[in-house]
Design a protein around this ligand. Structure first.
Ligand code: BGC
Length: 784
């Protein structure tokens, strides 16, 4: 164990934001008892109605009508109860305002909102999140779940059916663990690649991110539970997340981050939207009239409810009137904003009673619409084998081959010609594959608690207290790459592992090997950003030394997002494995040995250095990460989004910068050609083209279409991922969503498609163009 702590000293990173607590498995709804304090406590309610008399029993009625029937009988106290949630764990650092009944009912997860048993309205049992049913810090001791790869890896598949399958898998595990709300759907664009939650998001492009997040949400909700979409909006860095203001013009916001949310909502129709911690143009997200009332509920006609992030509420009347429908985990906010304060605001009229009805209507209609009432979650065992297969399939398509000189990969071909000794070095590759930390942390199937890697600095001792171990924990998802490589390696191979602590020894081992696989880690977590894009500690030096000793070196990166590669010219192959989840090591080994032909494509630009980013240093860097209850200790500051809508590859194009690896890039063991591009204009853009496998192996490839409006920057407007046999040609047609061609006119409140000639490219990546065309598009407008 101490060996692990010492080795983790390489990283010296701060602990994640959410502290440890141990909690029991979900339990039954408690029997009511008199209320303890304030208006919104369960209990003191009339007894349940007999089943046949439940107001909403007629399943043929639309959700809004069934909610109306509930509301005809609901009391104000009951309404107030529905709009205020509890932290789902009784953390010692939270104010202790829980009754015994609530304490017993807590699901041991992120959140809990009591139901109304007499009206047959279930409690909301809320769990994180997009990478599996989270159980960070072992809130439910012993409870493991399938760890899906990071959402960024899923985005790298460019395969929306895998996003759907992953969402459905998590949704079914969440149901089987007794949850009915999944706090999933992270879709903030990766404006800040060092952002601690880059791995939880789906990249830098609104169409790709919106499609992938939306399909994951659709998959989850098809399991009859609610999924959120989050964090609305522009929560793109963790540094100062409780106070920072993301400042950006309305058109730029509409054309980038809001468009990603809009597209995801269209695909997935999430039951709830989680507003974010940060401010947007100086106004907190959870009391932001523009974002919540005008855009979400107004322009987009959103019918679900807005729930707050944990500790993100700052007011009663502003929040309620400006669009927040439910305060999550009220006891993590500075004050109990939707408790007695809301009751008083309704009595004195500062929050209209109709607004409270609207809040509860949105919540209750969503419970009907998403199946929570007609198909309640029931605890039962998960189907681990089926679920792990979903995770592996995702990893197999999302791992990206970045470099493969002299066709070193697949290794099976090289090893056939005599090489036999494979040395695996570093990255805890004898334990598992890295996962990201924070509220999304899954405790994976097969987790070995004694193999969790403690981080966060030295053991400390306060006078009179016992020594404290650092409390950050890196969780490695099983199996280990070492084991998976051993099982895939041809008979007669000798596979050894060395942890890489002594660089000279690693180099000596490399010299004596036929093939070296060296694993580089970049650990990311909610709550803090990585300070730069370098692999932390001495990992670059290790890779340099190993590659110098043996050029037949394959670097495997397990990173939250992009990293710099000062050793790139010296190694033969680079595989970006992201955080590949449970069975990610199997996917990796199958790619290394050629059982799977890699097909992942970057959903995010890899820069050559931080100086190429819109903000070379993270604004506010150096601020201490805070517990959510300590948010007011951070000094508010502004982050001006000078890149506007030009996030990621668009910024690189606008500034004529050459990235290390562009958005959309990824290699295969086969070769492909895209041709016969024909493009038609008119109201919008339609294209057709051919994709052909010109290599010797079956494989999948992703052709991308970018369009450049007159005077603008190229934007991804569509893609096609196809599996092709050697020599096979497939014909593809696509048409562009006109919003992707348009600019948003804030004064006229409309999308404007400009009349003119648009350049169209058929491409392998944002910078590798296979064919071009020009089309004339007519002027048009689209209502937001
Ligand atoms: C995170 C959310 C998460 C919530 C509940 C917050 O700190 O920002 O993404 O859903 O906690 O765990």
């Amino acid at each position: 164990m101490f060996d692990r702590i010492l080795r983790a000293g390489l990283f010296l990173l701060p602990a994640a934001a959410i502290p440890i607590a141990a909690f029991a498995q979900p339990q039954a709804i408690p029997t009511p008892r008199p209320a303890e304090a304030g208006p919104a406590q369960p209990g003191a309610m009339p007894p349940p109605l007999p089943a046949g008399l439940l107001p909403w029993s007629d399943k043929s009625l639309p959700p809004d009508s069934r909610a109306d029937l509930v509301q005809a009988q609901i009391t104000r106290d009951e309404e107030l109860m529905l709009v205020r949630g509890y932290f789902g764990v009784n953390y010692s650092w939270l104010p202790k305002t829980y009754s015994d009944e609530i304490r017993k009912a807590l699901p041991g997860s992120a959140g809990y909102v009591p139901g109304i048993p007499r009206l047959g309205i279930p409690a909301l049992r809320e769990s994180d999140a997009s990478l599996g049913v989270a159980n960070g810090r072992h809130m439910r001791p012993g409870d493991t779940a399938t760890a899906l790869p990071s959402s960024l890896l899923t985005a790298a598949t460019w395969n929306s059916s895998l996003a759907y399958a992953g969402g459905a898998m998590i949704g079914s595990e969440a149901r089987n663990k007794g949850f009915n709300v999944l706090l999933a759907g992270g879709v903030d664009l990766a404006r800040e690649p060092r952002g601690g939650r880059t791995f939880e998001y789906v990249g830098e492009d609104p169409l790709l991110a919106g499609t992938m997040a939306g399909e994951a949400i659709r998959g989850t909700q098809d399991q009859n539970i609610v999924s959120t979409i989050k964090h609305y909006a522009l929560n793109d860095q963790e540094t100062g997340r409780m106070t920072m203001s993301a400042n950006i013009s309305e058109p730029a916001m509409r054309e980038s981050d809001l468009l990603a949310f809009e597209i995801a909502i269209e695909h997935g129709d999430p039951g709830a939207v989680m507003c974010a911690y940060n401010r947007i143009n100086l106004i907190y997200s959870c009391e932001n009239d523009f974002l919540l009332n005008k855009v979400l509920k107004g322009d987009w006609g959103y019918k679900g409810f807005v729930l707050s992030d944990w500790g993100a509420v700052h007011s009663t009347t502003d929040a309620a009137n400006n669009g927040l429908d439910q305060e999550s985990a009220f006891n993590s906010d500075k004050e109990d904003y939707f408790g007695e304060a809301l009751q008083k605001a309704i009595v004195d009229g500062t929050v209209p009673e109709a607004r409270l009805h609207n809040m509860t209507h949105r919540i209750v209609r969503t419970m009907f619409a998403k199946g929570l009432i007609d198909h309640p979650s029931v605890m039962k065992p998960i189907d681990a084998n089926a679920d792990l297969a979903v995770a592996q399939a995702d990893a197999e398509e999302g791992i990206v081959l970045l470099k493969n000189s002299k066709a070193l990969l697949p290794l099976s071909a090289v090893l056939r010609h005599g090489g036999r000794r494979i040395t695996v070095i570093g990255g805890y590759a004898d334990v598992g594959v890295l996962s990201g930390s924070g509220s999304s942390q899954v405790i994976p199937i097969g987790n070995m608690p004694d193999q969790e890697i403690l981080t966060g600095g030295a053991v400390t001792t306060e006078p009179g207290q016992k020594p404290k171990l650092p409390n950050g924990t890196m969780i490695m998802d099983p199996p280990s790459p070492y084991a998976a490589i051993r099982s895939e390696a041809p008979r007669g191979s000798r596979v050894v592992y060395y942890d890489g602590t002594d660089i000279a020894k690693a180099a000596a081992l490399a010299r004596a090997s036929d093939i070296v696989v060296v694993v580089g880690l970049q650990w990311m977590s909610e709550g803090w950003d990585v300070p730069d894009l370098s692999l932390p500690g001495n990992q670059n030096a290790l890779i340099e030394a190993v590659a110098a000793a043996n050029p037949q070196t394959v670097v495997v990166l397990e990173t939250g997002g992009p990293v710099l590669m000062p050793w790139l010219d010296k190694v033969s192959a680079v595989v970006e494995a992201w955080y590949p989840g449970n069975r990610g090591a199997n996917a990796l080994a199958r790619i290394l040995f050629g059982k799977v032909n890699p097909s992942g494509r970057l959903p995010i630009t890899f820069p050559q250095s931080e100086s190429q980013l819109p903000r070379p240093a993270i604004p506010g860097l150096g601020m201490a990460p805070v517990q959510i209850t300590g948010r007011d200790t951070q000094t508010p500051f502004d982050v001006t989004h000078i890149e506007g809508a030009n996030v990621g590859y668009k910024w690189f194009a606008a500034k004529k910068l050459t990235p290390l690896f562009p958005f959309g890039y990824g290699l295969s063991y086969s070769t492909f050609a895209y041709n016969a591009l024909s493009a038609a204009g008119g109201k919008t853009l339609s294209v057709s083209f051919e994709m052909r496998n010109t290599g010797m192996r079956e494989g999948k490839t992703t052709a991308q279409i970018y369009a450049t409006p007159p005077g603008g920057i190229a934007r991804l407007v569509g893609w096609s991922k196809m599996s092709l046999k050697p020599g096979e040609t497939r014909h593809v047609t696509l048409s562009a969503d006109p919003r992707l061609l348009a600019t948003f006119d804030a004064e006229a409140h409309v999308w404007q498609v400009a009349d003119g000639n648009y350049a169209v490219t058929l491409a392998n990546s944002a910078t590798d163009i296979a064919a071009t065309a020009t089309v004339h598009i007519e002027a048009s407008t689209i209502n937001p």
